[in-house]
Design a protein around this ligand. Structure first.
Ligand SMILES: O=C(O)Cc1cc(O)ccc1O
Ligand SMILES: [Fe+2]
Length: 453
């Protein structure tokens, strides 16, 4: 953190959530920020008495003894300790937000699936009530796997707050602008950006421009990290400085408030008489951040062949087996295509990993039609997929001059675990019943008498 950034954070003195300036650059840095001068203890974490009458509280994102490179925690200096923010929980229903395992034995999850954008309805929905789970994988109770969701938002959370004890949330907006007022500061988010909200951090989501739609990957396992670049070296792909963590901002507001907690796949509520966003200063490396996908620097083939899509990994959440991710977040964005004598779109493929894709805007090269902005597709574990007939014919006959692939931004949540469709995905969301027909016209071209050489 640079000094003027620190000062910048401090200028937010007394600001309630509502102003937006101020982020600190870096991924997983040891940040420090204070909204009131001197609120952050120096040289120690637990003074006998904190400045301004604040309480010191640690938020541990990893086990105390996690290896140093993975160990994440943040010290918060707050108006009330969190234990005054939650008490006497009551179970509530959140029927569309599902957790793994969520397997309907009557639903076929194997297959190639594609959905049109989930439409907005008349219902008023917040970030929490508007979450629609599409797939689940693994098991939330063993902290393995993930869930994918679409969110539909028509209104702000008012005097309402949320945190997930189950998961880290990766938010990928497709339409509309959101403001995440969090315990650790304010993140404004719009399409072409993503946000990472750590497990256990309380926040409220306001709608800036709506309605809003987007995608969420709910990571039950080890946190998202930057991938190792291997021989690529120290630069390109997602660069750490392009991740932005908000400076401290707090609310000192007495108001009857509801806190919703996701825990063990269940939802619970508790009521308090003040805003829980009362962290005046904090330091540590366990924090929320956002990232502008336009700063992703793709690396690709500059002579021939189509590399594995792992070259486009923005973030990876390890599973414990090296190289085999619990989740990879992969970005297919604008780039030059220059490979010679090469079928340039994705090749035909069967994969032990299961691939859920979403379109943020534009046209995806393997599916010139049908995979539209806001839409999703699922190519599950070991289920074949690849370019549709039009893409195959187009790419097989293309004049292979350098071509700029413009107006394209799709992503993939890829997991080592099979993904199971929710009832919402299978029976309520606009699934394209004819999706598999996009390959049906791929005709036999084989002629044993004609070699090409
Ligand atoms: O379109 C897909 O399904 C994803 C994908 C992209 C790619 O570049 C190679 C293989 C692959 O499955
Ligand atoms: Fe694939």
């Amino acid at each position: 953190m640079t000094k003027d950034r620190t000062d910048h954070g401090m200028t937010r003195a007394n600001s309630a959530c509502g102003t937006t300036d101020g982020y600190m650059p870096g991924f997983g840095n040891d940040f420090e920020t204070e909204a009131l001068p001197g609120a952050l203890p120096q040289g120690m974490n637990s003074p006998q008495n904190c400045e301004y009458g604040l309480y010191a509280e640690q938020l541990s994102g990893t086990a105390f003894t996690a290896p140093r490179g993975q160990n994440e925690r943040t010290w918060c200096y707050r108006i009330r300790p969190s234990v005054r923010h939650v008490s006497r929980f009551a179970r509530i229903e959140m029927p569309y937000w599902k957790s793994a395992p969520n397997i309907n034995p009557d639903t076929l999850s194997l297959g190639q699936y594609r959905w049109d954008p989930v439409p907005h309805g008349d219902e008023k929905l917040t970030f929490v009530t508007g979450m629609r789970t599409m797939t689940t994988a693994g098991d939330v109770n063993t902290q393995v796997g993930m869930a994918t969701h679409v969110y539909l938002i028509t209104e702000s959370m008012q005097d309402e707050y949320f945190y997930s004890a189950d998961s880290e949330l990766l938010v990928v907006p497709q339409e509309g602008r959101l403001r995440f007022c969090t315990e650790l500061g304010i993140i404004d988010l719009e399409p072409k950006e993503i946000a990472i909200l750590p497990r256990g951090m309380v926040f409220r989501v306001e709608l800036i421009d709506g309605p809003a739609r987007g995608f969420v990957c709910e990571n039950y396992g080890q946190k998202f990290d930057l991938p190792s670049r291997g021989p690529i070296g120290a630069n390109c792909l997602a660069n750490p400085r392009d991740f932005k963590t908000p400076v401290a901002a707090f609310e000192d507001r007495e108001a009857h408030s509801r806190v919703i907690i996701k825990w063990g796949g269940q939802f619970h509520e508790t009521f308090i008489d003040h805003s829980p966003l009362d962290v005046v200063a904090w330091h540590g490396n366990y924090a929320a951040c956002k990232y502008d996908l336009r700063t992703f620097s793709p690396v690709g083939a500059i002579l021939f062949d189509h590399p594995d899509p792992s070259i486009f990994t923005v973030l990876t959440a390890p599973s414990g087996t090296p190289g085999t991710a619990n989740i990879d977040f992969v970005l297919f964005r604008e780039r030059w295509m220059v490979a010679e004598n090469t079928f340039r779109p994705p090749w035909y493929h069967k994969n032990i990993m299961s691939e859920l894709m979403g379109n943020i805007y534009g046209i995806y090269d393997a599916k010139p039609e049908g995979f539209v902005p806001g839409g999703m597709s699922l190519h599950n574990m070991m289920i074949p997929h690849g370019p549709d007939r039009d893409a195959f014919e187009g790419a097989s006959n293309a004049d292979l001059k350098p071509e700029f692939l413009d107006n394209t931004m799709s992503f993939m949540f890829e997991t080592r675990f099979p993904q199971h469709l929710t009832d919402f995905a299978a029976y309520e969301a606009p699934v394209q019943d004819d999706y598999v027909d996009c390959w049906v016209d791929l005709e036999k071209k084989f002629d044993g008498t004609k070699g090409v050489k």
